[in-house]
Design a protein around this ligand. Sequence first.
Ligand code: HPA
Length: 234
Amino acid sequence: MTVHIGAQPGDIAETILLPGDPYRAKWAADTFLSDVRLVNEVRGMLGFTGTWNGHRVTIQGSGMGMPSLSIYVNELIKDYGAKTLIRIGSCGGMQDNVAIRDVILAMTASTLSTPSSGIFRELNYAPCADWSLLRAAVQVAEAKGTTTHVGGIYSSDVFYDERPDLNEQMVRHNILGVEMEAAELYILAARHGCRALAVLTVSDHLITGDSLPSDQRETSFGDMVEIALNAAFT
Ligand code: HPA
């Protein structure tokens, strides 16, 4: 057990999917895994371990934002031996050619700050995805026929942004979408010799104002989980 995860040693798989929302962790585990066990419910941040095609997988909620994700990912890596960590989440589209329901594979994640900023001081570290996972995810998404974009995203510290000029700069510099967790996941994975990737579904669009109707959220979310699981074990 750790401060924030109640699982016993051995309860957590080396491969972990990380949705922000703990109820999405439950839905994904119930939908895609066999022999599912609840392994964490501390603070309601549900985590489940089961098997997918014979491989052990844990699906653990990360909460919203990088400070929350950082707590779970630090403990998963340092105390439970996680090796492959894939964020599955939603993002806001930032380019005209990116549409609601499309999947974004985040090659890099730009930020204003992360929980690791203090370590880097004046250095602008460039958080990037693990190449083997990214390559596998591209192949899986293309084989599924999912409209997929690969490129840079923006991991923001705020959902209600008082600095619209920051989003404008991100749009000008070809950033595909905005979310709030991937950059710190990439930094922690790099620091500890793990593999990480963010697979994101576009749930709303900052330019067009479109958003994914609630009745279509589950199906779109399912495509993303399938891409993540297949990429993890390619
Ligand atoms: N901003 C930040 N995070 C998000 C958004 C957004 O517009 N949409 C989904 N996650």
